[in-house]
Design a protein around this ligand. Sequence first.
Ligand SMILES: [Zn+2]
Length: 88
Amino acid sequence: MRFRSQEREREYRARRRLVRDMLDDQVCERCHAARATEVHEVLSRARGGSILDRSNCRALCHDCHQWVTEHPADAAATGWLAHSWDQS
Ligand SMILES: [Zn+2]
């Protein structure tokens, strides 16, 4: 069994709470039609984005999340994706 630090545990708990709140009967922030089922980070964690900062997270339906993933250039141009160098 792997050791998981308390800090990591707190982060997971906060993330679960954020995701639950964001997807609680919410409509997709992109198409405003489908029900949001997934949380997307504008600035990905790999690029230093916070997965706990609500302002960095978007509630999306599966199709919109897939679109963002498959069209990074268009998604960046329309504000659904950010690069670390966009941060001031
Ligand atoms: Zn959508």
